[in-house]
Design a protein around this ligand. Structure first.
Ligand SMILES: *[C@@H]1O[C@H](CO)[C@@H](O)[C@H](O)[C@H]1NC(C)=O
Ligand SMILES: *[C@@H]1O[C@H](CO)[C@@H](O)[C@H](O)[C@H]1NC(C)=O
Ligand SMILES: *[C@@H]1O[C@H](CO)[C@@H](O)[C@H](O)[C@H]1NC(C)=O
Ligand SMILES: *[C@@H]1O[C@H](CO)[C@@H](O)[C@H](O)[C@H]1NC(C)=O
Ligand SMILES: *[C@@H]1O[C@H](CO)[C@@H](O)[C@H](O)[C@H]1NC(C)=O
Length: 426
């Protein structure tokens, strides 16, 4: 080594340090149409959003994912950034509380006439509100208790009378104690079941990996599981998302083991013609589909045939909720990219729809009858279960909305009495 070499190196280093950025190309951070704030949540932590034909809005607040969600688990939300328990404070307040402490270990309360732990609210094509109750609740340190019979259920509410018109309580065959009924889509076409009242398709995101699609005949109340405990409905082993530059693990209170983000089948969307169900876990980046006919089948071969009919649609990013519009585009968050994307089932191509640095956990999407896509941003990954017991979320949580392209709006053609002329190829 010559004596001059260190000097040259120092000179080069000094020169590099003095370089000015001439405007090196960089990530623009934003993309797409204007994003509007539709509601700010200052009270409880929301997941779901449902928007009715007249523009009424509803959210839910699962106590299994945030033990502070106690006062109510379903609310109507108002334009002055307030929320009120819906349809009543009483149905949101199980007598004796949400946890049954008379058994050991404790479970969620098994009360069919009350909301225990609601993970989703959805407006069906006939403008009725459905409440999907997991029956599960977490203790203060984030430990998720199992459900008891009476907890897991689907409750239909008439928005004219604000009263319950139907309660379908799931038995443990359809919703075992470790199930976590996450999200639901409806096909009310009278011709698809003998009872003529249509069906509901529900994802079971069970953190204990008992994942499935639950199919419900809305006429008989009968429910059954399909695509049980297969890779398409289970979280990927070892999945680590990166959000805002940070790898994210399940990382709860001190003493709890560190694990992987492990939500199984979570987001769900029905093709505009009702023939195909799209679903995805929130423990991976894959998108899957299955013909709904295979899910409704109840023959002895039904589960085998359904498994064989699952289609892998490619990697479309980490997502939570999904939603379809009348242009048959499947919208979902692309959580690791601060964006929402749209998937075209006819070409198999994913496109970025809108991107914004305020996005980091797009939880639930809901297409309104007004042609807007509404979606909650709830910072889930900053909650204590992912941050070593430290709550890094900052209120307010936000409901955003964006106008859909090309006149897209809510799919209602599979409502009773409507024209089912729309058909798509896949
Ligand atoms: C917000 O709006 C609701 C519904 O109109 C009303 O009941 C409530 O009093 C309002 N709250 C405030 C703080 O203005
Ligand atoms: C609590 O569990 C016990 C034992 O299973 C049962 O008898 C009781 O009805 C349950 N109470 C509630 C509120 O779920
Ligand atoms: C969390 O709380 C549950 C019930 O309250 C308790 O059984 C468990 O030991 C707690 N876990 C930790 C790691 O503190
Ligand atoms: C878990 O959370 C703690 C506290 O925020 C943090 O120090 C630690 O790095 C986290 N570990 C992982 C693996 O995320
Ligand atoms: C159904 O579609 C046909 C053909 O497009 C149309 O003539 C008819 O008015 C529609 N009926 C309803 C109820 O929309």
């Amino acid at each position: 080594m010559t004596r001059i070499a260190p000097l040259v190196a120092a000179l080069v280093a000094a020169t590099v340090a003095q370089q000015q950025d001439p405007g090196v190309i960089r990530d623009p951070g934003t993309y797409g149409p204007q994003v509007e704030i539709a509601h700010l949540y200052y009270d409880q932590w929301p997941t779901g959003i449902a928007v009715s034909r007249s523009g009424r809005m509803f959210s839910n607040y699962p106590p299994a994912l945030d033990p502070m969600n106690q006062a109510y688990t379903v609310a109507e939300i108002f334009s002055n950034n307030t929320e009120r328990p819906y349809p009543s404070a009483a149905i949101n307040s199980p007598p004796g509380g949400r946890i049954n402490n008379t058994v050991f270990p404790p479970t969620g309360a098994g009360l069919a006439d009350y909301f225990i732990g609601v993970q989703s609210v959805v407006i069906d094509p006939a403008d009725r509100l459905w409440v999907l109750d997991t029956g599960r609740v977490a203790t203060q340190n984030g430990t998720q208790l199992t459900a008891a019979y009476g907890g897991p259920k689907l409750v239909g509410i008439d928005l004219q009378t604000n009263s319950v018109f139907q309660t379908i309580v799931f038995d443990p065959m359809a919703a075992p104690a470790v199930s976590y009924l996450n999200d639901v889509r409806f096909d009310l076409n009278p011709s698809i079941t003998e009872s003529g009242q249509g069906v509901a398709y529900i994802t079971d995101s069970s953190p204990e990996a008992h994942n499935a699609i639950v199919v419900v005949d809305l006429g008989t109340g009968q429910a059954w599981r399909r695509l049980m405990n297969i890779p398409a409905t289970q979280a990927d082993e070892g999945f680590v998302p990166t959000i805002w530059g940070q790898p994210v693990y399940m990382n709860g209170t001190t003493g709890m083991p560190i694990g992987n983000v492990n939500f199984g089948a979570d987001g769900i969307a029905l093709s505009a013609d009702g023939a195909t169900l799209f679903f995805a876990t929130t423990g991976g980046r894959e998108l899957y589909s299955v013909p709904t006919e295979r899910l409704r089948d109840q023959s002895p071969y039904a589960e085998i045939l359904a498994r064989g009919a699952v289609g892998f649609r490619g990697e479309t990013g980490l997502k939570d909720g999904m939603e379809t519009d009348t242009n048959n585009r499947i919208y979902a968050g692309n959580i690791e990219d601060n964006s929402l994307s749209s998937y075209n089932p006819e070409t198999g191509i994913l496109s970025t729809f809108v991107r914004d640095p305020r996005f980091s956990w797009t939880d639930t999407l809901s297409v309104g009858f007004d042609g807007y896509l509404y979606f909650t941003e709830n910072q889930l990954w900053l909650s204590p279960s992912y941050q070593g017991g430290v709550d890094r979320r900052q209120k307010p949580y936000v409901l955003f909305r964006v106008k859909l392209p090309n006149g897209g709006t809510k799919v209602t053609q599979n409502a009773p009495g409507s024209n089912s002329t729309m058909r798509f190829r896949y």
